[in-house]
Design a protein around this ligand. Sequence first.
Ligand code: PEP
Ligand code: MN
Length: 334
Amino acid sequence: MIVVLRQGTEAQERERLIDWLKGRGLEVWVAQREGQTALCVSGDVAAVDPRWLSSLEAVDSVRCSAEPFRRAGRGVHAQDTVVEIGGVKVGGGHFVMIAGPCSVETEEQIVAVAGAVKAAGAQLLRGGAFKPRTSPYTFQGRGADGLELLKTARAATGLPIVTEITDAAQLPLFEEVDVIQVGARNMQNFALLRELGRTRKPILLKRGLAATLKELLMSAEHIMAGGNGQIILCERGIRTFGDYTRNTLDLAAVPMLRELTHLPVIVDPSHATGIARLVRPMALAAAACGADGLMIEVHPDPGNALSDGAQSLRPEDYAALADEVRRIREVVAK
Ligand code: PEP
Ligand code: MN
């Protein structure tokens, strides 16, 4: 249930209403939307009469949501979910910096990037071993070997690893992976999502190229229905008629998702733009609009990268960006 308060409602009155709702065993999460305060109320909302709430001076409107994403929505779980990866927390005010190359190429490459992004403040290392490529003739990733190299980089730096799964049959290989990524192309691979629901691994679920927010949340729901609630959503750009970027970064998705769901929402400005020089402004904008983190591609030699070199930052540029992100976070910290 969403209770929108009238503009100008005194803080005291708002707190009184929140206390009253909590006194009935309900959970309340406060969201700001278009200058108005909305109380997202969850639990056994049938215990409150929406008509009585509507009649209160402080209340502008009451909406009883019947969203199909029961577990992912704020309807049943108002408070932000905090996903924990080793000692790293994501969501509920904890901002995560994930960085690394598009693909794991060699031990030297992945260990060097891991060290550099760690020094810049990244908390998780990304790197693709199983690569879903548009062309079957381009580099397809190092597969199981790549996962071993990621583990080597983790041992060298202590950074937990995030890497993409492309087929449920690969799951046994992912036992020691810290976060399993579901790429945009697999967002609606329901058989894969079902298998991931059976695991207790944190999942990084990327938005499909042409997926609506409802479809993204329903994909999260597929994982959650299996009992795995450790999900981080990722906006990575969608297909539009924008012609100078690889995709169009849908930044409004961030505050919208934060209203709709308790799951953390991060942004990948690398795949969203496809252009290294656009990564910085979009990363800052994402941090400013309330994202719970950023996933950014970094390569020591972008010109010779085996995939996505054009959108990869050099380590020194990533370090400068990470500093700026921290400054933006100080301004907008929740
Ligand atoms: C990736 O993160 O390596 C990737 C392939 O991204 P996406 O699934 O968003 O295209
Ligand atoms: Mn990539």
